[in-house]
Design a protein around this ligand. Structure first.
Ligand code: IMP
Length: 428
């Protein structure tokens, strides 16, 4: 089996961690290819909840080699904090590999993330404040600091001084903040060099060799399609390529090596941060989804905005990512309703749009056109085959499958690791 990508189909938090965890035991490597500690995977194993932000969720699967690819941005404090926490709970993290080319989130980029957001006022993105955007901006303007720079003191100093030469002007003159001392930043970064050194590798070479040897690689996307810097609801997006295309770049493998693309979609929709969200509910139903689905951010604790399933959004995700299989998560959260509305198209100024409008203004003004599907009352958390589901729940899944036009291979019916129905094998 070649490489398999797991990508979010909506605005993140779809339960990718669970899908990765499910496929993980069949994989030899699990690679995080984009984003940083803005992500939040919650995985429940034997009643224990693990919230991961930076580490790939494959870290929890014995025998799997977890890899942080070159497309990721790394906050070293967070890295070691997560490693220490897992070690304290008896999880072995010694197999972790980190790309020498991954960029580092320096402390000044966290500062800049926060001050820029404040400066944007009403136009705020609602970032996680973890320094993600400014670090990717540095990468693109070629003033970033990479993991490999930690091992060359003179280069590290030059690069930090170079980056701060501009930023200090900005901080002092525009944002009215104190200048940052390059020597202090260098000292902060150097303090981590020795500990990170044994984890650092040419991960692109290793992954390609592994594929040549017939190994299975899972490429785990952070954030999601609608937060992708190119294909999401720009500018209300993250700063990396979260889509399947970004998996090849962010891991250092050729696109032709990707055999399957699994999109994870919630049975309803959520979003954190600002930006358009056509099916958002501002009423009791939204509250009910939030409470039943525990929709609070893993990274920031912010309440997530909640709404009904949006077919054009997931169909768009299927197209942009070349999705072969969908993992539909949290179906159990919809239990207990007479009807479950599903958005099938939008009305924009009196015109029907069956597909996601290309114009951002149209997405802002899109009014969902709903089809009301039958709901179900019975508890479905114990269902392990399609036949265990009430007829209406089965019909809900089949209708989404037909409308999106991509097979739904996995259905999540509860938070536990085994609370899934496998409708089609992904790995064979
Ligand atoms: P940033 O990634 O911190 O720059 O934030 C940009 C946007 O992406 C904000 O709306 C965040 O709330 C959102 N975001 C970033 N990471 C995640 C995630 O893992 N799940 C959901 N939303 C996210």
């Amino acid at each position: 089996m070649p490489a398999i990508v797991i990508v979010g189909a909506q605005w993140g938090d779809e339960g990718k961690g669970k899908a990765t965890d499910l496929l993980g035991p069949h994989a030899d490597y699990v690679v995080k290819y984009n984003g940083g500690n803005n992500a939040g995977h919650t995985v429940v194993i034997d009643g224990e909840t693990y919230a991961l932000h930076l580490l790939p969720s494959g870290i929890l699967t014995p025998g799997v080699i977890p890899v942080i690819g070159n497309g990721v941005v790394i906050d070293l404090d967070v890295l070691f904090h997560e490693i220490d926490n897992l070690n304290a709970r008896g999880i072995d993290t010694s197999r972790l590999l980190i790309s020498a080319n991954a960029h580092i989130i320096a402390s000044y980029n966290r500062t800049i993330d926060k001050v820029t957001e404040r400066f944007l006022g009403k136009r705020q993105i609602g970032t996680t404040g973890r320094g993600i955007g400014p670090t990717y901006a540095d990468k693109m303007t070629r003033v970033g600091i990479r993991i490999q720079d930690l091992f060359d003191p003179s280069i590290l100093r030059q690069k930090v001084e170079g980056a701060l030469a501009q930023k200090n002007h900005l901080l002092v003159k525009v944002y009215n903040r104190r200048a940052i001392d390059p020597a202090a930043v260098v000292a902060e970064l150097e303090a981590h060099a020795e500990r990170v050194a044994p984890m650092v590798a040419d991960t692109s070479l290793l992954l390609n060799q592994a594929l040549d040897a017939g190994k299975t690689i899972l490429l785990e996307g952070g954030q999601a399609t609608m937060l992708d810097v190119d294909h999401g609801t720009y500018p209300f997006v993250t700063s990396s390529s979260a889509c399947a295309g970004g998996a090849a770049t962010g891991a250092g493998i050729g696109p032709g090596r990707i055999g399957r693309v699994v999109a994870v979609a919630k049975a309803y929709t959520t979003r954190v941060g600002a930006g358009p969200f056509p099916t958002e509910l501002h009423d009791d139903e939204g509250e009910r989804l939030r409470a039943a689905g525990h929709e609070f951010g893993t990274t920031t604790g912010r309440p997530r905005r909640c709404g009904w399933f949006d077919v054009p959004v997931v169909r768009y995700a299927a197209r942009i990512n070349g999705v072969t299989d969908i993992a539909l998560t949290k179906l159990d959260v919809l239990t207990g309703r007479e009807k479950v509305p599903v958005c099938v198209a939008y009305d924009v100024g009196g015109h029907r749009h069956d597909e996601l409008p290309v114009s951002q203004s149209d997405i802002h003004h899109a009014v969902p056109i709903y089809e009301n599907l039958d709901g179900w009352d019975a508890d479905i958390t114990g269902a392990r085959t399609t036949a265990d589901l009430p007829k209406a729940a089965r019909h809900y899944v089949e209708t989404l499958e037909e409308m999106v036009g991509t097979r739904i291979s996995i259905v999540g019916v509860g938070p536990a690791r085994d609370a899934v129905i496998q409708r089609h094998p992904i790995l064979s």
